[in-house]
Design a protein around this ligand. Sequence first.
Ligand code: ATP
Ligand code: MG
Length: 482
Amino acid sequence: MISTNIILAFFSLFIGFLFFRFLSKTSFLQILVKYLQSFEDYFHVYQFFTVPQYNEHFQENLLYNKVSSYLTSLPAIEDSDFTNLFSGSKSNEIILRLDAKQVIQDNFLSARVWWINQKSENDGKRTFVLKLRKKDKRRILRPYLQHILSQADEIEQRKKEIKLYMNVENEPQENGRWMSVPFTHPSTMDTVVMEADLKNKVKTDLESFLKSKQYYHRLGRVWKRSYLLYGPSGTGKSSFIAAMAKFLNYDVYDIDISKVCDDSELKMLLLQTTSRSMIVIEDLDRFLMEKSKAAVSLSGLLNFMDGIISCCGEERVMVFTMNSKDQVVEQAIMRPGRIDVHVNFPLCDFSAFKSLANNYLGVKEHKLFPQVEEIFHSGGVSVSAAEIGEIMISNRNSPSRALKSVISALQTNNNRRLSESRSVRSGDETGEQPEGGVYCRESVHTVREFRKLYGLLKMGSRRKEEPIELGSVDKEGSRHGA
Ligand SMILES: Nc1ncnc2c1ncn2[C@@H]1O[C@H](COP(=O)(O)OP(=O)(O)OP(=O)(O)O)[C@@H](O)[C@H]1O
Ligand SMILES: [Mg+2]
């Protein structure tokens, strides 16, 4: 009797095991859910809305294109039983498109809607048909269409090829005072060597700016965000501008202020920029030092920075660069609201060196690394990522040779710095900086820095906007990161 029970127990376990295996290996559950849903759908009243490809005058219906972009971005299209694959405009891009009569489902505000791709058998014209439950229509139709429009805009923005605009002297071009070329700078957020935490903070800041349209409008403020990238020459400021533009997929308007003949032209240049663009003024410190000779006045520049002349307060990011902000006496430039985020670009330290070795030489570890680390930690090294990068590029076929060259360059640099500091101590205090004029200090993260970022993320709750210092700075404006 006991043995029969044991056999029965084993048998039911075996049947149970087979059943679970059947469920996990087949789509039985999916089929069941699908049939249950179709059964439920049977008991609703539906409304249909068509979005034809052309209007009655045979003009293209822009809404059709937007719906098409939106639908191709839905995860549901990947999950449908079959779908069309096409190559996109970029070389490695593959686009999924609905087939004729294909239906896909979308969810919005907890309601289910369906899109049917119809093709007329008579004239081949296409139409998207939106099917939704009558009881949901009043609640979701308008917000859903708005959602489609904004999503489609975002998709278009991401697909757009970005351009670099430069201001030209005297001769107005097709784009007014701007001349444009495709923006092909190879730097990206991945290739710029920078402390990971700092890079993430800037990315988060940019993302949060993109989402803040309503917030800025509610405050009656121009929807712009200004960044100051400062640090010695060759530390990656311009490369980072390119990376930011690619991250946002914004066109870049690079203003050469020496080519601007007066304040009104500067205004004009700003007015001729499009929304969703990045406006760049490099070497702002140089302009400030030579402003008595410059055609643009300080107040013209301040107005420009405030963006008060911007016609409609549309989405713009402004980026300024400086080698050092210590020399800037015009604190009005730095006033909170004019420059919102300060990002420090320090000279190279050991961890930045390791990232460069990884990027440029494909080397993560090497027996010469401890020697390089020792030189960095002995202090007094002042080299930029650009200098190290150049040595690595010219020796890229032999990582060992590249590292030896870096070591000898660091040692020479170190000795030079030592002898210079000795001569300064022995009374030769001319006030001039050594060649390169750059310093190297260890990286320090202050609690304040994190608090500031935290404040930034809670932008909506801040009463008084303050500039945010990303990357801590010591007295000499140097900090390290990788
Ligand atoms: N942090 C970095 N990460 C990766 N590459 C860097 C970095 N800094 C500099 N480089 C390399 O060095 C070169 C010069 O960098 P970049 O022009 O961005 O420096 P910069 O700070 O703008 O200098 P400057 O103040 O002289 O204009 C570029 O080719 C870039 O690839
Ligand atoms: Mg530069």
